[in-house]
Design a binder for this molecule. Structure first.
Ligand SMILES: Cc1ncc(COP(=O)(O)O)c(C=O)c1O
Length: 227
């Protein structure tokens, strides 16, 4: 059985159409879009879901399968504009990734032609959405990564330091010392998680140019403080 976690790429990828048996989502991320809801979804064959909710042995039955009705209603009201939101997350991520690369930064984003899986993603993705709302900038050391995030949050308000994703504001975290800190250094290297990697979930508040000028300001302050 193939299970795909599509939390990072709703609308962009449709794993069930590509052959996945089960698709899971943390709905607390892009699907909610508001960082105010904790919810999840398991999408799969009825027989599997029924077995998970089995009164005596089902794992969901033991953990709690029923979403709060108000939360379910709120989420259902946000799904109609999930497509529009994803397009904007993706469009801005692509634009920033391109501009950051031009600046000489080391950027990891599957929308860039030089990403090793660019063509694979292009062949799998639904047309018109883009390449996802997350990008990474490799600042080489954790210290430089923290300095950049500090300036992006506190000097220019480009984004917020937080480990979540899919919010309307840009969220940033240093993956190696936060979300993937449980991996040892070999596992991190295999996954391409260098100590200075800053993961950004790109938001869409303000205009693109306003946000870009905030990024430029924070980068020049970071470089000033390093030199
Ligand atoms: C890919 C992915 N799946 C699932 C989760 C779990 O989300 P939740 O805390 O809403 O259960 C996360 C959390 O960051 C995630 O990044």
């Amino acid at each position: 059985m193939v299970v795909v976690d599509n939390t990072f790429s709703p609308m962009v990828l449709s794993p069930a159409r590509l052959g996945a048996d089960v698709v899971v989502h943390s709905m607390s991320k892009f699907i909610s879009g508001g960082a105010d809801v904790i919810a999840g979804a398991v999408c799969g064959p009825e027989s599997l879901l029924n077995s998970m909710m089995d009164l005596h042995q089902g794992s969901l039955m033991l953990l709690g399968p029923t979403m709060n009705a108000k939360v379910a209603f709120e989420l259902s009201e946000r799904i109609p504009h999930l497509g529009l939101r994803m397009k904007e997350h993706c469009l801005r991520a692509m634009e920033y990734a391109t501009r950051m690369k031009k600046m000489g930064l080391r950027v990891v984003y599957p929308g860039l032609e030089d990403h090793p899986q660019h063509h694979l993603l292009k062949s799998m993705a639904n047309k018109g959405y883009g390449f996802g709302g997350l990008l990474c900038v490799d600042m080489e050391s954790e210290e430089k990564a923290n300095r950049l995030m500090h300036h992006l949050q506190n000097s220019s308000q480009f984004g917020l330091i937080a480990v979540s994703l899919g919010y309307y504001e840009t969220l940033m975290s240093c993956s190696g010392s936060t979300t993937s800190s449980e991996l040892n250094s070999e596992e991190k290297a295999l996954a391409g998680i260098s100590p200075g990697l800053v993961r950004m979930s790109i938001g869409y508040t303000g205009t693109l140019e306003q946000k870009w000028s905030q990024f430029e300001r924070a980068i020049s302050r970071t470089m000033d403080s390093i030199l």
